[in-house]
Write a protein of this length. Structure first.
Length: 434
């Protein structure tokens, strides 16, 4: 038994002390270690059996003779020694095998990761990559190893790209909308008819004068006319499919908002510049008297001219409260400096927030006014705006061929009238300097 076991025992002991680099390639190393472990384990099982048998003989001898023979003791000692050596060899071989398996896992991970900057074409399977790198793996003796693999999962379509989900903002980015400021400067009213009739004084001859005792009073003359403001309609439509309305949950709200804004924008244009012909309103600029510069006063800058406009309204016994300018003209006023060499601004300090005012009047800068034009006055005294019906947004499937084409027509409309009651309470001009 001793002669039979010694080669395996010594082999196991030698195997445990052989440097990793001497064992061989990764794949052969695994096979050799597994075979050796299997053989040593079998021999350990055999020794265990013999040790058990020897122990049973010793127990039998002890029962019969009262003590164990010297030969049995020697055999038991040898078997126990061999059992211990084989057990230690199995433990070392098992640890070695686990280390080799870990190396294999490292190699597999490196194959999956691939090389940085890999530019080779064609997708290779893991097996193909290992076969092509056989020499490199065979020479591997610990540490790290890099293999060229082209089947790494990336963000490309057909790879990991199909699983990438993108964030989506549901609120659309809308086009800019102009601040609509002019209507709120007028007097607001309502009407329940299609025509607003009002009385407008057209004659005032004042004959008031001092009168002596028993003297005769002079007669003053007054006169009024009836004036009318016709209710006009502003509206527009758009067409959308039933499928789009049903499938796009925000579409109806977006269209509704756009239709309403479109009406308000056109309403402001009509209030300012409507010429009164056809279905147009009669706007402020069409009724305001033209600017006439007072003689002998400065009229060389925008600021000069606006002050003369205020003066013209004042001479008509009204008090101007606001002025409408295009943003370009207001910016030109704000940028005006004291002189060519003095960098101080005339109007204000750029470092502080200044309420847009000039000559004590509110400045309303709006793109609804054309560049180079201005309007000054008390607009609440000058005009009244009457609402007949506020904005309505209606839907219809009966327009044209809508029914057979599954289309919906969305219509927005409003009706209003504008009465220019005191045109002399305002004046309009431009910034053209001769």
């Amino acid at each position: 038994m001793k002669k039979l076991m010694m080669p395996a025992i010594h082999l196991a002991a030698m195997q445990a002390h052989v440097p990793v680099a001497v064992i061989g390639g990764v794949r052969n190393e695994t096979l050799d270690t597994e075979a050796m472990l299997k053989k040593v384990s079998q021999q350990l099982d055999q020794i265990n059996g013999e040790t058990k048998k020897t122990a049973e003989n010793a127990l039998s001898e002890a029962k019969k003779a009262g003590e164990v023979s010297a030969e049995t003791k020697e055999t038991a000692d040898k078997l126990l020694t061999q059992q211990t050596e084989l057990h230690n060899a199995v433990k070392k071989l098992t640890e070695e095998l686990e280390g080799v398996n870990q190396k294999h896992l490292d190699i597999a991970q490196q194959i999956a990761d691939g090389l940085p900057g890999n530019k080779t074409g064609g997708v290779k399977s893991l097996g193909q990559a290992v076969l092509e790198s056989h020499d490199k793996i065979k020479a591997f003796n610990g540490g790290t190893i890099a293999l060229t693999v082209n089947n790494a999962i990336t963000t490309a379509a057909g790879s990991g790209g199909g699983l990438i989900f993108h964030d989506e903002e549901r609120d659309p980015v809308r086009m800019p909308r102009r601040r609509l400021l002019v209507r709120q400067l007028l007097t607001q009213g309502r009407t329940s008819s299609d025509l607003v009739t009002y009385r407008k004084q057209v004659v005032r001859t004042n004959a008031a004068a001092p009168v002596a005792e028993e003297g005769t009073y002079q007669a003053s003359t007054y006169g009024w006319d009836k004036a009318t403001a016709q209710v006009k309609k502003i509206g527009h439509v758009t067409h959308v499919s039933e499928e789009a309305l049903a499938d796009a949950d925000q579409l109806q709200t977006e269209i509704d908002g756009e239709l309403r804004y479109g009406l308000d924008l056109e309403e402001e244009n009509q209030i300012l510049a409507g010429d009164g012909t056809g279905e147009n309103l009669s706007g402020l600029l069409s009724n305001a008297p033209a600017f006439v510069a007072a003689a002998g006063l400065p009229n060389a800058t925008r600021i000069d001219r606006l002050r003369l406009g205020i003066l013209q309204v004042t001479l008509e016994d009204y008090i101007a409260s606001a002025m409408l300018l295009n943003p370009l003209d207001w910016a030109a006023i704000e940028l005006l400096k004291v002189s060519g060499t003095d960098n101080r601004y005339v109007w204000g300090n750029p470092a502080t927030g200044n309420t847009p005012m000039l000559w004590g009047k509110d400045v309303v800068d709006t793109a609804s006014m054309s560049s180079g034009e201005w309007l000054v006055g008390d607009l609440a005294m000058a005009a009244t705006y009457y609402d007949r019906s506020e904005v309505e947004v209606l839907f219809s499937t009966e327009h044209g061929t809508n029914f057979i084409e599954d289309m919906v027509t969305m219509k927005a409309r409003k009706r209003a009238a504008m009465a220019n009651k005191r045109p002399l309470a305002m004046v309009q001009g431009d910034f053209t300097f001769v």
